[in-house]
Design a protein around this ligand. Sequence first.
Ligand code: SF4
Length: 483
Amino acid sequence: MKIALIYPPFRHKMFNENLALVDHEFGRFPYISYGYLACEAKRLNHHVKLFDAAATKKSYDETLNELKKYGPDFLAFAAHAAQSFHDMTSWAYLLKKDLGLPSLVGGYEAKRYPMEIMAHDCFDFLCADDISPFFEKFLRVFEDNGDYNSVPNLYYRTDGRINHTFNQKSISFREHPIPDRSIFDNSLYYSHVSQRKNFTIGFSSIGCPYNCSYCCMHDSGFVPRSAEQTADEMEECIKKHNIHEIDWFDPIMLFSKNRIYKLCSIIKERKLDIIWSSRTRVETLMMAPGDPRPDEKFLDALEEGKCKRLFIGIESGSNTVLENVNKVIELDKIRPVLEAANKRGIRILGFFMLGNPGETMDTIRQTIKFSKQLPLDYAQFSMTIMKPHTELAQKYMTDIGKEDYWRNYILGKEKEKALPMPWTKLTRAEIEKITLLAYLEFYLRPRYILKAILKIRSLREIIRYSKVLLKFINSYLLSKIKK
Ligand code: SF4
């Protein structure tokens, strides 16, 4: 059979946590879950082709023509985030009308909102868990036109009714194969801070043991793949796909130090020509709980293991605000850790959130000031929104007796809008304005600019930075004119 994987473009929304111009400049990333699906389909001798219109910037009509030439047996879609759900369904409806092919939808939101997603009749089948063990059974039944009741974790439509089969636990993340990156044109992808080509993303672990109220990553607990599996994936990236930079999208990759020590030593041993980055908490770079000194030995291992960039959630310069979001960090202990990482050539991006519970203009000012005192290579300022499946969203709904906005948004009962932030007296407009100012204050410091120029390694980086900077200045001036 031929399976077409559809990945439509998505646009910035009013409820997004980032300013529109930041969202536009993030980069282009492969939707790596399709790599796991492709692996499974190929193992069963089926043919898979990805139509990544988000990366190729192909229009709907161009994609439709290519699909007609390919002649798939069915289409697969990804409901990977509530925020981009309707970008995806708008293409699914059009393709249903133009091709009339059966369609399957999966992804993170398909596990959370299966009935709401199946309310859209552009989808015939929904996979409510990971692709394994679902896919093998689903493809067999689909091919033979057999009994769908034998397929686990499936929602399907018969005579206008939605049926749900039985739940079966998926295999652990540890047992997943390496995602098949041959379906991607790996030369297309980059992040706003990436340095090498080809570039890709991956997951070496899922979940997080912490419990920050604005985040939904803690629901599965921390599940790591082994250091060997992670190194094998990096080696395959180099050998099969000429990939030399990987951004591990794990929520907290460095959580288990032993695993990372081992990974770095394998990278060194095998002389892997690949640099990598990851997200982590600053505590993972400290000696131990209760000993906040930089862990110099661990940082040495990261340097030798080619870790070139760390994305660290600092969030606020106010202890009160941090306590309010259930993230307790000793603020004065952060700087020495970042300096120790910097010394080893590891670039640091600090994440900050503005508009948190209990936030005031004073605490935001404190955060901006704090961000400028830290030795950061980049800073990202986002607005705190009630993201789906977070404690913050839940609290808002129970406290004020509101319905689940995201559920209703997926159903089409709620429109896209700037979401209320009832946990602060500041207005959304005020937070948006100060977010833009935070970027300008952080990036337009002469010392920062000089340091950044000295670290630039390619023309591509210069063009990228200049473009973003000009856009910031432009949007600041526009906001002044509007006033
Ligand atoms: S914000 Fe980071 S540390 Fe907190 S729960 Fe999410 S992934 Fe974990």
